[in-house]
Design a protein around this ligand. Structure first.
Ligand code: FES
Length: 274
C-alpha cells in the first residue's frame, strides 16, 4: 500500500499528488512512469513520475481526472492509500547538453514535460519553454518551470494569457531566429499539438522528441495495448518509449487508437456520475 501524503488541485480536473514510494523515488529517472491501481479490481492507470525526492522517499504524480478511474484516484485524501504503484517503467529520457533546446507543453502534457525540463536544466541546457492551454486556468506549473527556463512563454486559445493561439506560433518564431533556434525540441501534449510541432521541426531538420500516451494495460510489453507505429516498426510505448523521434511517429494511428474506447469510457463515466 502506498500512502498519499498530499493532494492538491492545480487546475480544473488536474491534481498533484505526493505519494510515499521510497524504492521508486530512489530508482526513477526523468521520462519514466508508474502504473497505478487504486484497489483490487480497479483499472490500471499509467502516470508519469512528475518529480521525486529520494531522501524523503516520495514521488509526485499529476493526475488528470477525466475518466471514472482517475476520478476515483483523485478522491484519495492525504492519509489514504493507493493499493499498487508499479514502476519505474519505461525508458529514461536521453539527456545531453544540446546547448539550446525548446520544451513545449500542452495542457496536462506540461506535467509530463516538467521532469524533462528539470533534467535538461541540470545538464546545462538553455531552455525556451512554451506552455499552451485552452485558457489561463489551464496553464500549470508556471512557478516551477520559470526558474528552470531561460525564456518562458505562454499561449492560450482564447487569448486570456500570453500569445493568443497555439504553441506553434511562438515556436515558429523561435525556429526562425538564428540566435535562439534550438538544437532539440521536446513536446508533450495532445496528439494534434505534437503532430503540429513535429511538422514544423521536420522542415528544419531539428531533432524532436515526443512523449506518447497510448492506452496501456500491463506496462511490461506483454499485452500490446500501447503499440504505436514508429517509422516502419511497431513499438510498445511502455517498454520502447514512452519517448520517440517525433518525425517517425504515426500520429493519426495513435489518435485512432486513443479514441477506440470512447463509447465505453463515456458509459463508465455516466454510471459513475449517477
Ligand atoms: Fe501492454 Fe505496453 S501496456 S504492451
Amino acid at each position: 500500500m502506498f500512502e498519499v501524503l498530499s493532494n492538491e488541485v492545480l487546475a480544473e480536473n488536474l491534481h498533484k499528488m505526493v505519494v510515499s514510494a521510497p524504492r521508486i523515488a530512489k530508482a526513477r529517472k526523468a521520462g519514466q512512469f508508474v502504473i497505478v491501481r487504486l484497489a483490487q479490481g480497479e483499472e490500471r492507470i499509467p502516470l508519469t513520475i512528475g518529480d521525486a525526492d529520494a531522501a524523503a522517499g516520495t514521488i509526485t504524480l499529476f493526475i488528470q481526472a477525466i475518466g471514472a478511474s482517475t476520478r476515483r484516484i483523485v478522491q484519495t485524501q492525504p492519509g489514504g492509500f493507493i493499493r499498487d504503484v508499479a514502476g519505474p517503467l519505461g525508458k529514461e529520457t536521453h539527456i545531453t547538453n544540446w546547448g539550446r533546446v525548446a520544451c513545449i507543453g500542452g495542457g496536462v502534457g506540461t506535467a509530463v514535460l516538467f521532469p524533462l525540463v528539470k533534467a535538461l536544466h541540470e545538464a546545462g541546457n538553455q531552455i525556451t519553454t512554451i506552455i499552451g492551454g485552452r485558457s489561463e486556468r489551464y496553464i500549470i506549473l508556471e512557478n516551477e518551470l520559470t526558474p528552470l527556463s531561460e525564456e518562458f512563454l505562454v499561449t492560450t486559445e482564447d487569448g486570456s494569457r500570453g500569445f493568443k493561439g497555439f504553441v506553434t506560433g511562438p515556436l515558429s518564431e523561435l525556429l526562425a531566429d538564428p540566435e535562439k533556434a534550438p538544437k532539440a525540441v521536446f513536446a508533450v501534449g495532445p496528439v494534434p499539438m505534437m503532430k503540429a510541432v513535429a511538422n514544423l521541426t521536420r522542415e528544419k531538420g531539428i531533432e524532436t522528441i515526443v512523449s506518447l500516451n497510448p492506452i496501456m494495460i500491463d506496462g511490461t510489453g506483454m499485452c500490446g495495448g500501447c503499440r504505436v507505429q514508429i517509422g516502419n516498426e511497431t513499438k510498445f510505448a511502455c517498454v520502447d518509449g514512452p519517448e520517440f523521434d517525433a518525425h517517425l511517429v504515426d500520429f493519426d494511428g495513435l489518435s485512432d487508437r486513443l479514441t477506440s474506447y470512447r463509447k465505453e469510457e463515456a458509459t463508465c463515466l455516466a454510471a459513475e456520475c449517477k
